[in-house]
Write a protein that binds this ligand. Structure first.
Ligand code: SAM
Length: 159
């Protein structure tokens, strides 16, 4: 599969999962945390799908389109591994992490800290959506609601 086809497949799975869970998240109390602002496309999508919900966004720097930059009070700059730790116990309803790099060795390092961080950020019953696998005893993997292959994007629920 070409990198373009793979990218389209990943983005399709990402959108299908977010669209499926947003109505569930809308019924739940709790913040939404967006780990990785990037261009701001998924932040923009979540803002549309969850009107009125506070979304706190994390990145090293702001590189987003001007239409998709969070307010200063909802933007946390720095290394996510450090900055998001301050939100542990916040009982988030949704954590979306799109910080995979496509390099197995770098993503393996992220896998050593991201699942545990997300488990500590979420409320029981809250959702984790991620571009990289989230292997953790408190994060139950759910089948992704998409026709794309199951390893494109990952959906878990905090137990
Ligand atoms: N979901 C975004 C969108 O739809 O536009 C794309 C996110 S982009 C793939 C990943 C972003 O995460 C980059 O902007 C990168 O700077 C940020 N990032 C990755 N790892 C990070 C880390 N450990 N700490 C802070 N930011 C990180």
């Amino acid at each position: 599969m070409s990198r373009l086809d793979n990218f389209i497949s990943r983005m399709t799975a990402q959108r299908d999962i977010l669209n499926q869970i947003c109505p569930e998240v809308a019924k739940m109390e709790g913040l939404v945390l967006e780990l990785g602002l990037g261009n701001g496309r998924t932040f923009h999508h979540l803002r549309e799908r969850l009107p009125g919900r506070r979304i706190v966004v994390f990145d090293r720097e702001v590189g987003a389109h001007a239409s998709s930059i969070p307010d200063a009070e909802n933007l946390v700059l720095g290394e996510i591994r450090e900055t998001a730790r301050k939100f542990i116990g916040i009982d988030a309803a949704l954590v979306h992490a799109d910080i995979g790099t496509g390099y197995d060795d770098r993503d393996a390092v992220t896998a050593t800290w991201l699942p545990d961080l997300i488990a500590r950020l979420l409320r029981v019953g809250g959702f984790a959506v991620s571009g990289t696998p989230l292997d953790h005893p408190l994060l139950q993997r759910l089948p992704p609601p998409t026709s794309e292959p199951a390893d494109r994007y990952f959906l878990c629920r905090r137990v």
